[in-house]
Design a protein around this ligand. Structure first.
Ligand code: CA
Length: 232
């Protein structure tokens, strides 16, 4: 089983997470400071990262991980009112986030989902079992095998999100991938293309909610093989 590094300076939170993770069979390391976390990073397949630490910001750790050959996956613990932190975290390379207060069960479920996703990406076994598909070579997209007639932008949106099913993409990340640094493109533009994409998925008999809105952050394509609902 994978080792999870819990970076959290509040002992009660760190211990309840450690307890729940161990019960599921994960190896657990705890770090209460940035310095402590930096010395334990290499041991972990996944890091649960609180952003407000006594000796600095979790963002510093996150930025440093990019230099590793095999960076661990990261789930950010963010405060309820820190929407900007969630967006910044995802743009700095975090894989997911959990908002405080959370239930340890919810966090364990996220850990499992992120590890499943990242090991699947490493194994290159593909994502053929997902309801939505987009083949970059032929530019053909489908839902449950039913072809979708998409515009260039709709296809690029879907293909971008399908590179990492289950991962949240911010609107800024999607804009950068699809339009580059065209400053005329706004968040609203992304929203309207997603809306059109959902309508086409629905008209083809698919579930429009396979493309989920993550409120205040962005969008993701469901990584559930069957239904499109993994939000609580
Ligand atoms: Ca803290």
């Amino acid at each position: 089983m994978a080792t999870v590094l819990v970076v959290e300076d509040e002992p009660a939170i760190a211990e309840s997470l450690a307890y729940s993770l161990k019960r599921e069979g994960y190896g657990v390391q705890i770090a209460a400071t940035l310095a402590d976390a930096e010395s334990k990073v290499e041991l972990a397949e996944l890091i649960i990262l609180d952003l407000m630490l006594p000796d600095g910001s979790g963002f510093e750790l996150l930025a440093g991980l990019r230099r590793l050959e095999r960076p661990p996956a990261v789930i950010i613990l963010s405060s309820r009112d820190a929407e900007a932190d969630r967006v910044a975290g995802l743009e700095t390379g975090a894989d997911d986030y959990v908002t405080k207060p959370f239930s340890p069960r919810e966090v364990v479920a996220r850990v499992r989902a992120v590890l499943r996703r990242t090991s699947r990406a490493a194994a290159t076994t593909g994502i053929a079992q997902l309801p939505l598909t987009a083949d970059a070579a032929t530019r053909r997209a489908a839902v449950n095998g039913v072809a979708l007639e998409l515009t260039r932008v709709e296809f690029d949106l879907l293909a971008s999100m399908l590179e990492a099913p289950g991962r949240v993409f911010t609107r800024a990340q999607l804009i950068e991938r699809i339009w580059g640094d065209n400053f005329a493109i706004t968040d609203r533009t992304v929203d309207s293309h997603v809306k059109a994409l959902r309508r086409k998925v629905s008209e083809a008999g698919g579930d429009a909610q396979l493309i989920e809105t993550v409120r205040g952050v962005g969008y993701r394509v469901s990584d559930e093989p069957t239904a499109g609902l993994d939000e609580p």
